[in-house]
Design a protein around this ligand. Structure first.
Ligand SMILES: [Zn+2]
Length: 137
């Protein structure tokens, strides 16, 4: 597969989360602080995009205060290859909690990493937060 080229206009390329939408119509407004995700899945997608873009600040901001780490150091050499949402439960605009099961693939050096996780999300004062996740195989 050809290496993805970034266009000069940030908002124009396909969103890293794999939705098929442009960044501007997907995770971009959340990462740029212009809007907030209305569903747990949208938050999950934007957090994946934050990993790709190295946005530790966004990851911490969207982490539930009770489970949020003090600091988050992202692995600079980690190359993210794709996100696949497998299932969702709850997490809608009228819900207060939700689960999203996903597979995220990445590579560090020559080593492929497959993260299969069921993440838990809570909505507080209208905002979705990542709480924690169970690793699946
Ligand atoms: Zn996206």
């Amino acid at each position: 597969m050809a290496r993805r080229k970034h266009t000069s206009r940030e908002g124009n390329h396909h969103c890293h989360c794999g939705s098929g939408l442009t960044r501007e119509h997907c995770c971009g407004p959340f990462l740029d602080g212009r809007s907030i995700p209305q569903t747990a899945e949208a938050l999950m997608r934007s957090r994946y995009t934050a990993f790709v873009e190295g946005r530790a600040d966004y990851l911490l901001d969207t982490w539930h205060p009770e489970t949020r780490p003090e600091v988050l150091e992202l692995e600079a050499k980690q190359q993210w290859l794709g996100l696949s949402i497998r299932a969702t439960s709850g997490g809608g605009p009228a819900d207060e909690n939700g689960e999203v099961e996903f597979v995220a693939r990445s590579r560090v050096g020559g080593k492929g990493i497959r993260l299969h996780e069921r993440s838990h999300f809570l909505r507080i004062d209208g905002r979705w937060y990542y709480v924690d996740g169970d690793f699946l195989v």
